[in-house]
Unconditional design. Structure first.
Length: 213
């Protein structure tokens, strides 16, 4: 007779999410649901925020993922993302969350952005998200997935959803700002959703994660 344990489902991978941003955590909870990981926000795991000293999204995401994995001993997923405005030479970029300085404030960041663009007619911009996933702190083969969403910056905010610069980020293809989208709509087209789709594709062939995404 077969042992029932032979048919047991594989153990779910426990994954620490290297972010304390409430908006990102809410989005990741929905985006990660199809992967069936046991997701633990780093704050719940006693992990302090890592320093983000680097000039690129990739370097900062990697250092955050390794830091969370080192403290917890778990696989880790980190995101570094932000708004890049053409007329501002890519700013706020990696400084998006702190564009107006400390303490971090979406309202002050948006005010600083609109002030910087006063009198500027060219408002093209894009959101970029870089996801990095590691099996361990010293993983020599981190998974890296990048997603972008293009649009333009508008002076007057519109919409109550989202976070960050969403109320000022107008997407011509859909005719509204990101803040006017429902969470489910945003999770179909956002830079973070696009990066997550690429990460899921990588997980299909990656070793050491225990899933076929």
């Amino acid at each position: 007779m077969a042992d029932p344990r032979d048919f047991a489902a594989p153990a779910r991978l426990k994954l620490v999410l290297a972010s304390n941003n409430a908006g990102k955590l809410a989005e990741f909870e929905r985006l990660l649901a199809p992967l069936h990981f046991d997701v633990v926000p780093q704050q719940q795991a006693g992990v302090a925020e890592a320093d983000e000293p680097y000039p690129t999204f990739l370097e900062n995401a990697l250092v955050k993922a390794r830091h969370a994995s080192r403290i917890t001993g778990l696989a880790a997923l980190a995101d570094d993302s932000g708004l890049c405005v053409d007329a501002l030479a890519g700013a706020p970029g990696v400084h998006s969350a702190r564009y107006a300085g400390e303490p971090r404030s979406d309202a002050r960041n948006n005010s600083a952005l609109i002030a910087a663009l006063r009198g500027v007619g060219q408002r093209h911009a894009h959101y970029t998200c870089v996801l990095v996933m590691v099996r361990s702190a010293n993983d020599c083969e981190p998974l890296v997935a990048i997603g972008q969403m293009t649009g333009r910056i508008v002076d007057e905010p519109s919409g109550k959803n989202g976070f960050g610069y969403d109320a000022h980020f107008f997407v011509p293809e859909i005719g509204c700002t990101v803040a006017e989208l429902s969470p489910s709509q945003k999770n179909r087209i956002s830079h973070r959703a696009r990066a997550m789709r690429r990460l899921r594709a990588l997980l299909k062939t990656a070793r050491g994660y225990g899933i076929a995404a």
